[in-house]
Write a protein that binds this ligand. Sequence first.
Ligand code: NAG
Ligand code: NAG
Ligand code: NAG
Ligand code: NAG
Ligand code: NAG
Length: 499
Amino acid sequence: MNYIRVVVFSIVICGSWSIEQLKFPPSFMFGAASAAYQVEGGWNASDKGISMWDKFLHDRPELVADRNNGDVACDSYHLWRRDIQMCEELGLNMYRFSISWPRLLPSGYPNYISEDGKNYYNNLIDGLLEKGIQPLVTIYHFDLPLSLQDLGGWANPLVADWFADYAEVVFSLYADRVKYWLTLNEPYIQCDGGYGTEAAPFLQDAMLGRYLCNKNVLLAHAKAYRLYEELYRDKYHGKVSLSTLFFWFKPSAPEDQEVTDLTIDHWQGRYAHAIFSKEGGWPRKLQKLLNDNAKKEGYSHPRLPPFTPEEIELVRGTFDFYALNHYTTRRVRRVRLGEPPGKWFFDGSDELNTIMFKDPTWPNTSIHWFALYPQGLREQLNWLNSTYDVKEIIITENGVPSLDPGLVDTQRIEYYRSYLEQVLLAINDGINVTGYTAWTLMDNFEWLSGYIAKFGLYAVDFSQPNRTRTPRESARCYSSVIRTRMIHPTQDSTKLNYV
Ligand SMILES: *[C@@H]1O[C@H](CO)[C@@H](O)[C@H](O)[C@H]1NC(C)=O
Ligand SMILES: *[C@@H]1O[C@H](CO)[C@@H](O)[C@H](O)[C@H]1NC(C)=O
Ligand SMILES: *[C@@H]1O[C@H](CO)[C@@H](O)[C@H](O)[C@H]1NC(C)=O
Ligand SMILES: *[C@@H]1O[C@H](CO)[C@@H](O)[C@H](O)[C@H]1NC(C)=O
Ligand SMILES: *[C@@H]1O[C@H](CO)[C@@H](O)[C@H](O)[C@H]1NC(C)=O
């Protein structure tokens, strides 16, 4: 696409354009992302209700690597002005944050709206817009009101209506100013993690709970989308989607392509096919395999709860763009004779009889399962474009953790540079990627990794009551990318000649 080529100094390399000559389009939105429980703190401020994360981590601190929790976190509940200032320092076009359901609706239901909760998000939205920064609002990012968890949470089919009621309040308060919406964040973690060992409510019900939750989140998303479509679209012209966590998977050998496709459907298709595919419903091959497993194990109901034809139509097509959270890539192979399936991260290996592993040739990071394979992002964007009828993609999370609290975060710079290069190449392929929100604006409460895994462009001093935020070198690098719309690769990324 011509508009992203810099025509001066045009050198053709290997029949294509060299990365140095490619520029992000002027309309491309650069941003950063965060989530309520991870940054806000103020867990009991004013009349806020209790979320399931508040409750579970108060009761079971041992679940978290440093036995910590999000009670105070970055204290963004009080320090939101500084957060906006950081977005401005970086030159962001967009800031992604989430609304805390129990902060806005302390009972979980719309019978009572917290005045302080409402004002907190009004201030944040207005403050961002004053600086010309678009808010990208996630309506739900894991923090279910405890009152609803007590009634079965995401495994109770009524949750789709509870969520739609909450979303209606959110739209009625903020849709006049917010143009980009995500109903839910990473339902894979919400369900497969929440009915595993990785996320609240930690219920370890991998055979039933996670699949009930799976269907319910799709209905919840669809009901909220239809509500926006009916009541707000014509008036405010905003866009609604949900963000899915999508690691990329590659076959270990050509004969592993089929199990790799099934793995992609297990991670991604279960949360995307019903919404983004032309036919809707569950991905067929995976549905058959999982339901056969259930039958073999003696269950009387299919593993994937069936959709009625009305439900298929309700959910199908409920998107205005595709929102992708991408971090890393893994290899997949079928288990060998007598070998047990892999057990990585509630990953479905047991259902699919596979092993997933980190390719030994890909560079490592400080987190054992996280390898650097930037090409995976471009491959995945191409896969999305050819699999679903999506006309616009926004990358709503991408980033790398470090364990070192320092300010010179060379690997993060290398990560952002190399992954953004792949975004640029994908745009040049003809894929309509229109935005990118880096994970994350600042170090925050990284769920079960506590404050140990640091993803921040800004470092946060959690030992100080004022939670001082300091830009890392990666923040300077990212702001330079945003300003110039170019990546400026250097031979040696440690030279940091970005600014
Ligand atoms: C809020 O929780 C903190 C502990 O995180 C506690 O010290 C404080 O008293 C609580 N405030 C209220 C109003 O309950
Ligand atoms: C990554 O670490 C593993 C050991 O955990 C090692 O086998 C592999 O060679 C390393 N990869 C690279 C590219 O250094
Ligand atoms: C990309 O998406 C934007 C936003 O929806 C749209 O305005 C633009 O026309 C799209 N570009 C292409 C080439 O489809
Ligand atoms: C993206 O998908 C559209 C629609 O299927 C197709 O026409 C286009 O060629 C695809 N682009 C790339 C780069 O594959
Ligand atoms: C935060 O507190 C520390 C220690 O009291 C102080 O040095 C620092 O200047 C304060 N930072 C801000 C932004 O107020």
